[in-house]
Design a protein around this ligand. Structure first.
Ligand SMILES: NC(=O)c1ccc[n+]([C@@H]2O[C@H](COP(=O)([O-])OP(=O)(O)OC[C@H]3O[C@@H](n4cnc5c(N)ncnc54)[C@H](OP(=O)(O)O)[C@@H]3O)[C@@H](O)[C@H]2O)c1
Length: 268
């Protein structure tokens, strides 16, 4: 008898998370679906169980609320817990900092940053012990363009990208795969929920959600640490990584750089 693998998907009640749930069910994973809307989760669970025969559990939770988050963490940490985490739930918007509601910004940071971190930290030690498993973190291309939108959302996604690269560095030697996915504009409810009209973007910039998730899973199958579904040349991402690496020797030295005056003309 083969033991079935289980994937836990956050934000599974709509958009990208629902598409991951669909694709992972078709790959044979049993599922645990997490979001606040238990009705939508239940409908998706019923459809996927009926269509694919996998076991689908609904775990309603507000990941911005400490008690609910702790409940999901316990499921991830349990010895017989899931081997695959899709850290997807997130919200956007917030507005320009000069007009922002600080409580709304904090809620975004709690979901996009704190919950993502705590869920990864809950599952990682067990996966490392077991020598296998997968963590997919949904970031955004805005991680690479901090000045393109309102400032806080891209900052949360830059955090997710950085966290993922660090987790991959730590966990890969233990047999655990970590992937950051950086979607561009993808047709989901997130835009309307954040007060934006997706129709305002040129159609050539907007990807359908199934295509985005299929590309992200193809990137996972290729073993990519970072997947940017729409980027035509992977070498362009690699060039950025290489440029960052070239900065390394200068990033921490005993003397300030000459242009800052104090050590002008002195050898470093
Ligand atoms: N769509 C894009 O253009 C795009 C681009 C780049 C990155 N992303 C990222 O992709 C991820 C998914 O977004 P999406 O586009 O699929 O948006 P979406 O359709 O609005 O889905 C967001 C999901 O997160 C869940 N969620 C929201 N607040 C939650 C909370 N407090 N606790 C638990 N779940 C919560 C929502 O479910 P409930 O309301 O039922 O809780 C929903 O299932 C996000 O991290 C987003 O930043 C999206």
């Amino acid at each position: 008898m083969t033991i079935r693998e289980t994937a836990l998907v956050t934000g599974a009640s709509s958009g990208i998370g629902a598409a991951y749930a669909d694709r992972l069910a078709r790959r044979g994973f049993d599922l645990i679906l997490v979001a606040r809307d238990r009705v939508r989760l239940g409908e998706l669970a019923g459809r996927l169980a009926g269509e694919t025969g996998v076991a689908v559990e609904v775990l309603p939770a507000d990941l911005g609320a400490a008690d609910d988050l702790a409940r999901v963490e316990r499921r991830l940490a349990a010895e017989d817990g899931p081997s695959f985490l899709v850290n997807n739930a997130g919200i956007a918007g917030g507005g320009p900092i000069m007009a922002a509601d600080p409580d709304r910004l904090e809620a975004m940071i709690r979901l996009n940053v704190v919950a993502v971190t705590r869920l990864a930290a809950a599952i990682a030690p067990r996966l490392a012990r077991q020598g296998r498993g997968t963590i997919v973190n949904i970031a955004s291309v805005t991680a690479l363009m901090p000045d393109a939108f309102e400032p806080v959302y891209p900052a949360t996604k830059a955090y997710v990208l950085s966290l993922s690269e660090g987790l991959d560095h730590e966990l890969r030697p233990h047999g655990v795969q970590v992937q950051a996915v950086l979607p561009g504009i993808t047709r989901t409810a997130i835009w309307a929920n954040a007060g934006h009209d997706i129709a305002a973007f040129p159609a050539a910039m907007v990807m359908e959600v199934d295509e985005m998730v299929d590309a992200a899973l193809a990137g996972l199958d290729l073993g990519e640490r970072v997947t940017i579904p729409s980027l035509p040349e992977f070498a362009d991402w690699q060039a950025l990584v290489d440029a960052r690496l070239r900065l390394r020797p200068g990033l921490s030295r005993s003397r300030a750089a000459g242009r800052y005056g104090r050590n002008a003309g002195r050898a470093a």
